[in-house]
Design a binder for this molecule. Structure first.
Ligand SMILES: *Cc1c(COP(=O)(O)O)cnc(C)c1O
Length: 491
């Protein structure tokens, strides 16, 4: 083993990793990357098929982002947001607020070509106005949670504000974010540390008990037979809370697709409907766009230029939480974008102590903010918009070949994210037990073929950088196909 791999084995503890397994095999040591390609210490090439855990947008070593960071380095890398403003953070805040208001400014018009009955009326909403910077997705969620909690206490005089989130939700690993999450495997152990939050059924058409359709060789959202029972459950939950004499301060969701739950997409119209229900109970909407933001979920079909998944369903959240892709996946930086109403609840005389007592050492970091500014400029360019649309289409085309495999139960694509759910037999939807490590084994076989990604349970994730070429997409999908055949002996 080379020196770096040895040092890693000796000293580094990896996240979400069974270190016994890790220590039993030789790690891939990444030394550099360009575009969608990563290189290891032996000069081997790999495709970055999950954008370095869902963070990278435009590819590695992007000339514009590199130049922006280098220019900022010549000025200053970091000064504190406690007591001082700075150039890139000020500029970035304005750009983020503008992006967060894309549908607000567009007038919340509904896409004429889409199914009106599924979309219903636009949500009455509030304009985004303020940005609170932090460091990662978890802290963006902590900030939204604390702000929402305090607004509820101060404005509505609720002594113990309650929160509602979705089954399977993942909002990060800090204690507040974990309290909003509902993945037992990750969260159960910490029960004693957490506050209680309610959960409600999330759509998961492929495994929905209310979906009466037999399995087909298509995305389960398309052939499902149901009566929107999942929306009914949300309504019921709000009603029950009201009957109990209280209400929810915040409703937290990952718009369009739940990531760590297993790349589980919501059928068209679901988010619009449940957001409307939450609004009717004066509950604030907290959108976790840590994975879905910055064009990941594809663009709208109309002329409304938006980078956010909530906007595709005409939902303007009260809290928009972003991280992963904010800096193009270069540096740890996050933001919680919110409204004037929330901001105003913290205004007062100094000795009223209404200050938001929260902050991080690197809040508003200049290097991160300059990378984010460059990334936003790329995202808004005509070139990037058409490249994203083309990539979305190419992915859809290439994925079709996977339906031929017996172990492929569901292929779920939203924009530039794909989840491929492995099952024992597509005709029965019988799942693999986690202990069978089906997803891990397939991803290991993919790595041997030069394609790197990480599964979520038995779901193989493809989330390519936006610069990925048609040929590279072909290679990613072939690697999935060949690896499934190898692992399950159906070659
Ligand atoms: C990754 C992720 C988080 C947590 O972000 P970190 O930067 O890892 O703390 C929160 N929510 C969603 C939807 C995510 O995908």
């Amino acid at each position: 083993m080379d020196k770096l791999a040895q040092l890693d084995h000796q000293y580094v503890w990896h996240p979400f990793t069974q270190m016994k397994d890790w220590l039993a095999s030789k790690p891939i040591v990444i030394t550099d990357g360009k575009g969608a390609v990563l290189n290891d210490v032996h000069g081997r090439e790999y495709l970055d098929a999950n954008s370095s855990i869902w963070t990278n947008l435009h590819g590695h070593k992007h000339p514009k982002i590199n130049a922006a960071i280098q220019a900022q380095l010549e000025k200053i890398s970091h000064s504190s947001a406690l007591g001082f403003a700075n150039e890139p953070a000020s500029l970035l805040a304005e750009k983020l607020v503008t992006a967060a208001n894309a549908i607000y400014d567009f007038g919340l018009t509904i896409d004429e070509s889409s199914d009106k009955s599924a979309r219903q009326s636009p949500i009455v909403n509030r304009k985004s106005q303020k940005v609170f910077f932090s460091d990662d997705g978890s802290t963006a969620m902590e900030v939204a949670l604390k702000l929402c909690y305090e607004v509820e206490r101060r404005v509505h005089k609720t002594p113990e504000p309650k929160f509602l989130s979705l089954e399977g939700a993942y909002h990060g690993d800090t204690v507040g974010a974990v309290s909003l999450g509902h993945i037992d495997l990750f969260h159960k152990a910490y029960g004693g540390l957490l506050f209680k939050s309610d959960k409600v059924m999330a759509p998961y058409c492929y495994r929905c008990p209310y979906n009466r359709a037999e399995p087909e060789r298509a995305d389960a959202r398309e052939y499902r037979k149901c009566n929107w029972e999942c929306v009914g459950k949300v309504e019921e939950t709000f009603v029950e809370r009201q009957k109990a004499g209280s209400r929810y301060a915040g409703f937290i969701f990952e718009p369009l697709m739940q990531g760590a739950a297993g790349m589980i997409p919501q059928p068209d119209g679901w988010l619009n409907r449940v957001a409307e229900i939450a609004r009717s109970y004066q509950t604030l909407l907290i959108a976790d766009e840590v994975m879905t933001g910055f064009g990941r979920m594809g663009d709208r079909q109309d002329a409304c230029p938006t980078l956010f998944a909530s906007h595709k369903e005409n939902v303007q959240p009260d809290f928009l939480c972003v991280a992963k892709g904010l800096t193009g996946g270069y540096l740890p930086m996050a933001a919680t974008v919110t409204t004037q109403e929330v901001f105003d609840a913290f205004l007062g005389e100094y000795d009223e102590f209404k200050t938001f007592f929260h902050g991080h050492s690197f809040t508003g970091n200049q290097l991160g903010a300059s990378a984010a500014l460059a990334s936003l400029e790329i995202l808004h360019s005509a070139e990037s918009i058409s490249a994203r649309a083309a990539l979305e289409k190419i992915l859809g085309e290439e994925l079709k070949s996977l339906w031929a495999l017996e172990q492929v139960g569901d292929i779920r694509q939203v924009g530039l994210v794909v989840g491929i759910e492995l099952v024992k037999d597509w005709k029965t939807r019988e799942p693999f037990a986690l202990s069978e490590r089906a997803g891990i084994r397939v991803c290991e076989a993919m790595a041997k073929r030069g394609v790197l990604t990480r599964p979520v349970g038995s779901v193989i994730v493809l989330m390519p950088p936006y610069c990925t070429t048609k040929e590279q997409v072909g290679k990613m999908v072939s690697a999935v196909r060949e690896s499934i055949a190898e692992v399950f002996g159906t070659e």
